[in-house]
Design a protein around this ligand. Sequence first.
Ligand SMILES: N[C@@H](CCC(=O)N[C@@H](CS)C(=O)NCC(=O)O)C(=O)O
Length: 215
Amino acid sequence: MYKLYWAPGTAAMAPQAVLEEIGAAYEAVQLNLASKEHEQAGYRRLNPNGRIPTLVDGDFVIFETAAICQYLSDKHPDANLAPPLGSHARGRYYQWLTYMTNTVQVGFIDWFHPDWTFADLDSQAALKAAAEQKLYRSFQVLDDGIGGNRGMIGDQFTVCDIYLAMLTRWSRFLARPMWEGKNIRRAVGTTYVRPAFQRMMQKQGITWAEHWPRD
Ligand SMILES: N[C@@H](CCC(=O)N[C@@H](CS)C(=O)NCC(=O)O)C(=O)O
């Protein structure tokens, strides 16, 4: 049985949605961000960065959200959450997942937590402003990448779509949320209504509807 260390609305959304998609049994271990449980020595032995999420699979421990999602989808190929190895679609899947984690997610971290990089307030404000502009450019890249397709990887629902939905929910705090991109909005609109994604949100005690634009 897997064990997922999580906190509501964090990057643990994606691996928990993947666990729900594959129908695997798992124990969800909630960490209290306010009391900084994720920074304590016991958790740092699992995740030396003291970040959420972490997955434990027997005596194997893995951190980094995108890595956990890929590990789980590879272990459960029947769930069909990744294109076939060696296919162009698989290459595209790597491209978008890498872009979302190493560019977009990092942009969100700079926007939400400029204090993780700079101590002084002026530098924090400058980083946040720059991150926001970079995020808007990356939202456009994602929207153009989806184009007229159903989701990020053609018609196939993959881990990339789950990741995109997670990032989109985070963007609700920005002046121009990701759903302003019509292709992102269409793609994510088909993800957050999935029963697995809904179960993840229900288990995390988080919502979607009030953040989503009304037509
Ligand atoms: N690159 C890491 C980033 C993880 C990360 O920064 N997680 C946030 C939650 S979304 C966290 O641990 N925050 C701790 C805090 O706010 O103190 C990953 O994808 O797993």
